[in-house]
Ligand binder design. Structure first.
Ligand code: SF4
Ligand code: SF4
Length: 378
């Protein structure tokens, strides 16, 4: 990790920073945040509310790191600074959510039910999330076998796919089985991204160790996840915080030398919304695009933050919506939006309820199902 002192203040990171584009203030851009962190370390300033706002309004998207000529690890510095700061209600909510997602989603589900029965339309936060599906979770070991599998892959579902959009995990299981892999979905914990984002490093280390222990106890070729934030965490961030990560495979790579016969039809405008973590960390956006093309889907690639950013969307709801509004305009003409990230789908759907918005694994499963011959897939 490069030291704070190495920032040459070139400002290249500024244009790509989604929070700067909304706040339009130097202290809300990566360079400004670095300057403030340095000032705090050198006791030039104290940790006041305004400092907190600058540090927690970072969406941890990684765009600044992708374009910084000096490879300054801005997000690690943000994580470290947040760890030392006093926490508020939302930070603690994120902490308990990470350890007990099932309880959290059960409560959310009950409250959502009450909200719907009382016909309450505009309840903050609630309108943005689909009703949880508590029945289908990766909290017990599931095995999807093949007769003569070419290997064994474990799925890291991620909380959003696990509890809010289980069809994403189901599609991934179907695709991997179709590729002739035995698939296992172990009982897993949250990847710890919300913990680190809220400033709980010690607790994040605990969950990271538990997940690594679980996945390393199976004889597997690697892990596939439908969530790019989980992918970045279990592969890269775990290495930084516990010294070892999981071997994350890219689904598009597993399709090499496969498929000729399946052709999807995508009439109209199809956009491929590339999540920030797909673009800046996992870096498989172009391969996913090529994969979609092989399946007959000609999609236009669109990058740029949707405004979700986990805890950001709770602490800065208005700004999160302002970033989203730009995407809504950009996707006005879309007949279908395909994304690489479950969280982006939640965010985009909250403002475009009538649009068809799917994860790319759901699209591929649909096309495979269309061409599937009797009983070929378990
Ligand atoms: S791009 Fe890197 S070196 Fe340039 S201002 Fe931003 S953080 Fe500093
Ligand atoms: S991680 Fe994203 S939001 Fe945070 S400072 Fe960098 S570009 Fe801005």
């Amino acid at each position: 990790m490069n030291l704070l002192a190495e920032c040459n203040k070139c400002g290249k990171c500024k244009e790509t920073c989604p929070s700067y584009q909304i706040f339009l203030n130097e202290s809300f851009c990566p360079r400004g945040r670095l300057r403030l962190i340095k000032a705090l370390q050198e006791n030039e300033i104290t940790c006041e509310k305004s400092f907190k706002n600058r540090i927690f309004s970072c969406l941890l998207c990684g765009s600044c790191e992708s374009c910084c000529p000096l490879n300054i690890d801005v997000t690690t510095l943000i994580y470290e600074t947040r760890t030392k700061m006093k926490k508020g209600v939302f930070q603690y909510l994120f902490k308990y959510f990470s350890f007990y997602p099932e309880i959290f989603f059960s409560i959310f589900s009950i409250l959502n039910h009450i909200k719907n029965s009382l016909n309450i339309k505009n309840l903050p936060y609630f309108n943005r999330f689909p009703s949880p599906n508590i029945k289908r979770q990766a909290n017990f070991l599931q095995v999807y076998s093949r007769l003569k599998p070419k290997g064994r892959i474990a799925i890291f579902s991620g909380c959003s796919s696990n509890y809010l959009m289980p069809s994403i995990t189901e599609s991934l299981i179907y695709i991997l089985n179709w590729l002739n892999y035995e698939v296992i979905v172990p009982k897993q914990h949250c990847c710890a991204a919300p913990l680190l984002a809220a400033g709980f490093k010690k607790e994040a280390v605990k969950l990271a160790k538990k997940n690594v222990e679980i996945y390393k106890s199976f004889n597997i070729d690697g892990v596939v996840t439908p969530c790019p934030t989980c992918a970045h965490f279990i592969e890269d961030v775990y290495k930084e915080i516990i010294g070892q990560g999981l071997n994350v495979l890219r689904l598009a790579d597993l399709f090499e030398n496969t498929l000729e016969e399946f052709k999807g039809d995508s009439n109209g405008h199809v956009f491929f919304h590339v999540s920030c973590h797909t673009f800046n960390y996992v870096k498989d956006a172009d391969n996913i695009l090529k994969l979609l093309k092989k399946f007959g889907i000609d999609a236009s690639k669109k990058t740029g933050c949707c405004g979700f950013g986990g805890i950001f969307s709770f602490l800065f709801e208005k700004q999160s919506m302002d970033i989203l509004k730009k995407k809504v305009l950009e996707y006005e003409k879309a007949d279908m939006i395909i994304s690489s990230c479950p969280n982006c789908i939640i965010q985009l759907k909250s403002a475009m309820k009538d649009k068809k918005i799917l994860h790319y694994v759901e699209v591929i499963k649909k096309i495979l199902l269309k061409g599937e011959k009797n009983g070929k897939v378990i």
